[in-house]
Design a protein around this ligand. Structure first.
Ligand code: BGC
Length: 761
């Protein structure tokens, strides 16, 4: 086999057949080797929150029976930590496990936006917000790649549903793509440099992502400078030659004998330039070299240490949604009974189904963890309350649970979604917990009002039907193999909840901004809500939500003070920087972590803009009484929108609103910022309206000069009539050129367009 890092130098020695073979894997999980030249095959493996390495003798499609690996919290949980440093550490552990298992590339992270709470893979994705998704995606990439193992940033792009995922066309306008669906990818690519990017299954505006030259080449490589390899999602290639030409380097799994033959025929017939093939081959060889560059022996793993990391991570992810009467943390006295109710306390649900499913090294069970954590004189009594996947015995189980609840001091009900309710491969049709669980909850509350709920679910559930029965709700998401230990620590106050919602919890499914356009029909899904996804939509519509984006309680409390913002540099010089600081104090009596969130709004813009958008955040850890300064830096990009006229980011000068707070609807301090910026260049042409020409200082001067003035100095033609201008100011000037008496002719318009084009270049 090859000595490390020399595969790239062998490209000149490859035959055409060998080159074609390298653009496909050799099997489900390996790239193709070229044994004659000592070019090794490398192994890739799922991803994203634990490894799913299939043993050599497995069927390679199956999702069970993989080599045991640590199951870390899934992405929806990890995102709720709002902690890039933690995500980086989880990534590094994943990288170590990958090295130990001989895996060169981990197939993750997945950073698709949660457009609808119904998406079956929401548990594998971080957030409804591109800034949070991008920061955490970059942290995960950094962590994995710090171990000399690659990542595959997926699924690029606009893969936001499972319904018809292999064929559906996501119909998304340019601005929405840029601001919402591409922004997270852009950040992760430019900041963390993943070794590979995985294209999505779906079409984007009618073109398969695997054949989308604009996505795979123009934007990804041309604009963002991506220098790695583009791999297909498993089975996403429909026309290997078109995909190669668009920028898709590696097809997985390989369509052997078909795709390689198609490449050969296309090159031999001249349909495909051999340089295109060479470029893709060079990227495959570069990946082989990158994998071989780490010549350290594989690490010896410490599964216990990784388990403890999984557990610590799960602790950081849980979001305390509600804590009436400070029911939590539990403070059991000698002789107390804590009623632990719910099959999930004994049979935990901690990960989602599909290609991300991990065979865990071990699993914490909340019931056992609680039992071993409380003093001997406290009894943890258990009743299943409901069955998972069966309803036959629910009534009897419910009666037993209610009887237990009525003799306990406090009740902790472990509820959540059964595995069959959410998975890769299909979307949900509702957001509800099983009726057996909600019915049980109301009976438990009648029996004992001191009731806390612990939730296990990968995607958001509706709380409005049942939350009134619980004094406290702890949302644990699908937190991996350490979920049970984390829940016990949080319930008993050994740990203080510090997770915050990475997605809005709506009152009803019908309130969600994508509701009328999800999951589409007849092969198309229209992203009709545009940029108003998640909290951007709820805020624009001023719609009540159950819990807002960014929300999460703590056993302590925090105060915000001294917000200040100062601007240096100028947008036109490319060095605009806004430095923001504030101070946060822990005003309670527990040590705790606060997630300080910075939102920006542009209330007077020429385009529709969200009321506020998350632009930065910081998680701070404070002792009681301790104060810390928090600093953020924004650049022009953070204040800009994507202009569909300029096909570029545009910053409009004027007033911006800055707010720091504990959630998108708990803004503690606000200030305004005055940004002086030249108006974005107008790019005027004959179809630009009279108003648009007049709004541009150069355009206006040129127009006035061309139309001229009468002897009194008053503008001639249309420019002399303010009344008329109100009525037909929105006519293109080339249309006005056809109207006699307006002072414009087609030849004047041509001259004007030439003059302004010379300025705009
Ligand atoms: C999934 C990917 C996964 C791949 C390999 C596909 O079905 O969409 O996320 O990495 O399979 O298992």
């Amino acid at each position: 086999m090859s000595t490390p890092s020399n595969a790239s130098s062998l490209i000149g020695q490859l035959t055409l057949e060998e080159k074609a073979s390298l653009c496909l894997g050799s099997d489900f999980w390996h790239t193709a080797p070229v044994e004659r030249l000592g070019i090794a095959a490398i192994m890739v493996s799922d991803g994203p929150h634990g490894l799913r390495t299939q043993p050599e003798d497995a069927d390679h499609v199956g999702i069970s029976g993989s080599v045991p690996a640590t199951c870390f919290p899934t992405a929806s949980a990890l995102a709720s930590s709002w902690d890039p440093e933690l995500v980086q550490r989880v990534g590094a552990a994943l990288g170590r496990e990958a090295r130990a298992q001989g895996v060169a590339v981990v197939l993750g992270p997945g950073i698709n936006i949660k457009r609808s709470p119904l998406c079956g893979r929401n548990f594998e994705y971080f957030s409804e917000d591109p800034a949070l998704s991008g920061v955490l995606g970059a942290a995960m990439i950094d962590g994995v790649q710090s171990q000399g193992v690659g990542t595959s940033l997926k699924h690029y792009a606009a893969n936001n549903q499972e319904t018809d995922r292999l064929r559906v066309s996501a119909e998304v306008d340019e601005r929405t793509l840029r601001e919402i669906y591409l922004a997270g990818f852009e950040r992760a690519v430019t900041e963390a440099g993943p070794w590979t990017v995985m294209c999505a299954y779906n079409k984007v505006n009618g073109v398969y992502a695997s054949e989308h030259a604009w996505l795979l080449t123009t934007v990804l490589r041309g604009e963002w400078g991506f220098d790695g390899l583009v791999v297909s999602d498993w089975g996403a290639v429909h026309d290997r030659v078109a995909a190669l030409a668009a920028g898709l380097d590696l097809e997985m799994p390989p369509n052997l004998g078909v795709s390689d033959a198609a490449i050969l025929t296309a090159v031999r017939s001249g349909q495909l330039d051999e340089h295109v093939l060479d470029t893709a081959v060079a990227r495959v060889l570069q990946l082989v070299d990158r994998a071989a560059a780490n010549t350290e022996p594989p690490p010896v793993l410490d599964p216990d240490a990784h388990h403890m990391l999984a557990r610590a991570a799960a602790t950081e992810c849980a979001v305390l949604l509600k804590n009436q009467d400070r029911l939590l943390p539990l403070r059991p006295a000698a002789g107390d009974i804590i009623a632990v109710i719910g099959e999930f306390a004994r049979t935990p649900r901690y990960q989602g189904a599909g290609s991300s499913q991990v065979n865990p090294t071990r699993v914490d069970v909340a019931l056992d963890e609680l039992r071993s954590a409380v003093p001997d004189q406290v009894e943890i009594a258990f009743a299943a309350g409901y069955g998972i996947g069966t309803t036959d015995r629910d009534e009897q189980l419910g009666d037993e649970a209610v009887a237990l609840a009525s003799r306990a001091e406090v009740v902790v009900a472990f509820l959540g979604l059964p595995a069959a309710d959410e998975s890769e491969g299909f979307d949900r049709t509702h957001m509800d917990l099983p009726a057996s669980q909600t019915a049980l909850l109301s009976r438990l509350a009648d029996a004992n009002p001191n009731l806390a709920v612990v939730l296990a679910n990968g995607s958001a559930v509706r709380l409005s039907e049942w939350e009134q029965h619980a004094k406290a709700v702890l949302e644990c998401w699908l937190s991996g193999q350490g979920a049970g230990g984390a829940a016990a620590n949080l319930l008993l106050g050994t740990a203080n909840p510090s997770g915050r919602l990475a997605e809005t919890l709506p009152l009803r499914l019908e309130d969600t901004p994508s509701y009328l356009n999800f999951p589409g029909e007849a092969g198309q899904v229209r992203y009709g809500e545009g940029i108003f996804v998640g909290y951007r939509g709820y805020d624009a519509l001023d719609r009540q939500v159950h819990y807002p984006f960014g929300h999460g309680l703590s056993y302590t409390s925090f105060d915000y003070a001294d917000l200040s913002a100062n601007v240096t540099g100028r947008p036109q010089d490319g060095d605009l920087v806004v430095n923001i600081t504030c101070r946060v104090t822990n005003t309670g009596d527990h040590r705790g972590k606060e997630v300080v969130q910075l939102y920006v709004g542009d209330p007077e813009a020429s385009v529709a803009r969200p009321v506020r958008e998350l632009k930065a955040f910081a998680k701070v850890d404070l002792d009681p009484g301790e104060t810390t300064a928090v600093a953020f830096t924004l650049t022009a990009r953070d204040l800009s929108y994507w202009s569909t006229r300029l096909h570029d980011w545009a910053l409009e000068g004027g007033e911006f609103e800055l707010a720091v707070g504990a959630s998108s609807r708990d803004l503690r301090l606000t200030t305004t910022l005055d940004i002086a910026a030249p108006p974005p260049p107008a790019r005027l042409d004959g179809m630009s309206t009279l108003q648009e020409w007049l709004a541009d200082p150069t355009g206006s001067t040129l127009l006035h000069t061309a139309v001229g003035t009468d002897e009194t100095g008053r503008p001639k033609g249309i420019l002399g009539s303010e009344e008329l201008m109100v009525v037909i100011g929105n006519f293109p000037i080339s249309t006005l050129a056809g109207f006699a008496g307006f002072g414009l002719t087609h030849s004047i318009v041509h001259t004007l367009v030439d003059q302004i084009s010379a300025r705009d270049g």
